[in-house]
Design a protein around this ligand. Structure first.
Ligand SMILES: [Zn+2]
Length: 178
């Protein structure tokens, strides 16, 4: 805690006492000698997930665990793998220090980890999470993965570019009309 008077980074605690929901500390700056008070309290563990329809739902570790377990069912993964995966994700989510996190962000975090962990589990999870409506969409995802081009496929909204010769033709006809 930097000194509020001079900004010095170090201080000593001269008095410490518990208050309702935390600890109150009286400090003295080691730089300028000024005294100030700090309060330390436990961060309430409330994290909300923003759903697709904008509804907020409290983050539920068990729900995440169940979803991933289902995807990893009967896969040759060491005991504890899924729990560790969920632990990692949970820790990362809280480290973000945000009160709300879009569900898609969490889904992507799971996908990212499953992809390097177990291919089948990844596809299973993706099929639920991405809500593949038909087998074609699922097959596309698989094909993309197999060809190792995941993440580099061009956005479908982009218009196809004209071939060079066609562009040249347009330029030529434009010039000749002048
Ligand atoms: Zn100071």
């Amino acid at each position: 805690m930097d000194c509020p008077y001079c900004g010095y980074h170090d201080s000593k605690v001269i008095d410490s006492r518990g208050v309702n929901d935390g600890i109150r500390r009286r400090r003295q700056c080691l730089g300028c000698g000024s005294r100030f008070t700090t309060y330390e309290r436990l961060q309430p563990a409330s994290l909300f997930v923003i759903k697709k329809d904008e509804r907020r739902e409290e983050f539920n570790r068990n729900k995440l665990l169940t979803g991933i377990r289902k995807a990893c069912e009967k896969r040759p993964l060491p005991t504890g793998t899924v729990d560790k995966l969920v632990d990692d994700i949970e820790a990362e989510l809280y480290q973000m220090g945000k009160a709300e996190i879009p569900g898609a962000v969490i889904g992507d975090m799971v996908m990212e980890r499953l992809k390097s962990l177990d291919y089948i589990a990844y596809i299973r999870f993706a099929s639920v999470y991405r809500e593949f409506t038909d087998i074609t969409a699922l097959k596309q995802e698989v094909d993309t993965l197999v060809s190792g081009e995941a993440g580099v496929s061009p956005p479908t909204s982009q218009l196809p570019l004209l071939p060079d010769e066609e562009l040249a033709g347009i330029a030529k006809s434009h010039r000749s009309r002048k």
